[in-house]
Design a protein around this ligand. Sequence first.
Ligand SMILES: [Zn+2]
Length: 363
Amino acid sequence: MNRGLGSLRFISGVGKKGPACFLVETNGKRLLLDLGEGPPPGAMPDVDGIGRVDALILSHGHKDHVGGLSLLPKLGNPPVYATEIVARGLRKGIAARPLPLGGRAEVLGIAVETGRNGHAPGGIWLNFAIGDGLLYTGDYATESALYAYDPPTKAAATALIDCSYADYDKPLAECWDNLAPLVERGPLLLPVPANGRGPEIALELMRHGVEDIYVDDAMRDALRRLCDSDGISLRAGAGGDIKRLADLVKPIDGARGVMLAVAADGASGAAARLLAQFEDSPEVTILFTGYLNPSTPAERLTKSGRAQSMRWNVHPRLSDTVALVRMTQAKTVIPAFCDRARLAALAAALAPARVTMDETVQI
Ligand SMILES: [Zn+2]
C-alpha cells in the first residue's frame, strides 16, 4: 500500500463556482477527482493540458461533478470509480468500478476511506492515504434531515473541501422560517433537483403538517428510489417518513398547494413547462432555492422580480467547515467551489491551517 507524497492540481472548481475537476499525482499514478460540467450549461473544465490519467473518481452524481464524462477520450479513457448508486445514473457505456458508501477501498493500490456525504443519494467523501492524508469532500452537508452524513474521523494533512457557501453560517432551521410564510400564502412553485434538496424540502413540508404537496414525475421517481435502492443513503430513522411522503404526494395538476418540479434552474423538465404556464399568473409564487445559474429562468425571473430566491442549505456552513478542519487536523486547506474574494475570510476562520487557492499543492 502506498503512502507516498504527491501533488494536487486544481483544473477547475477553485477560485470560483465551476465544474469540479482536480488532478492528484502520486508515485507515478495520476487520479482525477470528479469531472463536472457547469453550473452554467456547457462550462467544461479545460483538460487539454492534462494528458493520460489512470483513474477517474466520482464523489457524487450531480452534473457539476459528473457532467464532463464526454471528455474521457481526451484523458485516455481511464477506468471510472463510483458508488453503485452514482454509477447507475451515469450515461450508457460507462462501466464503473465500485466504491463503498462507507469503509475502506483501494484505487490503483492507494488506500482510501469513504463515508456518506449528507448531500445526495450515493454521494461520498474520500480520504486518500497519500502523504499524511488527502481528504476530498466533494459536496457535503451536515444538516440534512434526509441524507446521512458520516463525518471523517481520520486525520488528513491536506483537505480539499466544499466551501460553496464560504463564510455563510446560518442554520437550516432558518431556511424553514423563510419558507413557511410562502407555503402559507397559496400556490407555490419550487423548481428543485430530484437527487438533492427536492426530497429534503418535501420531507420538511410533510413534517410541518403540509398535506398539499404536488410533484412531477422526476421527483416522484426520486422519492420511490429513496424508499428502495437509494435507501442506504438515508439518515437513520428517515426511511419511514420517506415512505409516508411517497404515499402522500400527488401529481401536479393546476396551480395549487406546494409544487416541486425538476429542474432546479427551471431550464428544462416539468419546471420549465410550469414556469411558462404560471409566469403570468401572479397568484402563483415562484421560489428558487439554489444557485442562480446564469442565463437560465432562475436568474431571469429572480432579476425581474417575478420569482423569489432563498437558500436551502445543502452545503456546509462556516461552523461545519471549522469543525471539519479541526477534526481532520488539516494543515493545508483548499476551499473549493467559492469565489477567490472569500479566501481572506476563510483563512481567518481556519487559522492556523494554511488556506490556499494556489493552483498546485504538495501533499
Ligand atoms: Zn452536489
